[in-house]
Design a protein around this ligand. Structure first.
Ligand code: AMP
Length: 197
């Protein structure tokens, strides 16, 4: 059964990257979410692509919730113009709260923090702890190397093909959002069958 998508968590870098297309696409994603009346949930910072996605949504009249760990104030600087800013105590609390608030998640280009957030949502989906769509916006092929590794995980037998398909990937924002709105999570299977033991 498909879920109605009311809010999406966006994970992305605290930098802009060295090609202006990443910032443009982050701004555009914010605008497209606002256009579809989908609320944005994100890490609450005003720096890098994080700030850009929030600004894009706010400029287009969207609803934006930031979930910000108080101790990061010196490093990431909280965005002061959000619809709502929730201050939490830790990184774990941030991810838990972002998951509670959203109906799906999208990763844009980013670094360690972005990947950590993306893979936690995916591993929770793999375990059946949620059935929300998780997607990568693969702007300018940023994630091609990672996607190659994920295919290798399947070929070598560390990841099931069905589980790989839980990760939605495209470089077009509207295609990603349409696929998320139509997403129907596959059932969770046992990790390993008796004859594989
Ligand atoms: P980055 O992709 O490294 O630029 O980081 C993107 C966001 O992920 C930043 O807001 C980081 O604070 C956040 N982040 C980094 N590590 C973690 C973590 N372990 N749990 C939750 N968020 C994190």
């Amino acid at each position: 059964m498909t879920l109605k998508i009311k809010k999406i968590s966006v994970f992305c870098g605290t930098h802009y990257g060295n090609n202006g297309i990443y910032r443009q696409q982050a701004l555009l994603l914010g605008r497209r979410l606002a256009g579809r009346k989908i609320g944005l949930v994100y890490g609450g910072a005003r720096v890098g692509l994080m700030g850009a996605v929030a600004d894009g949504a706010l400029d287009a009249g969207g609803q934006v919730t930031g979930v910000f760990p108080g101790f990061l104030e010196d490093l990431e600087i909280a965005h002061k113009g959000l619809s709502e800013l929730i201050i939490v105590d830790s990184m774990h609390a941030r991810k838990t709260r972002m998951n509670e608030l959203c109906d799906g998640a999208i990763a844009l280009p980013g670094g360690y923090g972005t990947l950590e957030e993306l893979f936690e949502m995916l591993t929770w989906a793999q375990l059946g702890l949620h059935s929300k769509p998780v997607a990568i916006l693969n702007t300018a092929g940023y994630y091609d190397g990672l996607l190659e590794l994920i295919h290798k995980m399947v070929n070598i037998g560390f990841l099931k093909e069905k589980t790989r398909q839980m990760l939605l990937v495209d470089d077009e924002i509207d295609v990603i959002l349409d696929r998320m709105e139509a997403y129907d999570a596959p059932g969770v299977e046992k990790w390993i069958s008796e004859d594989e033991l």
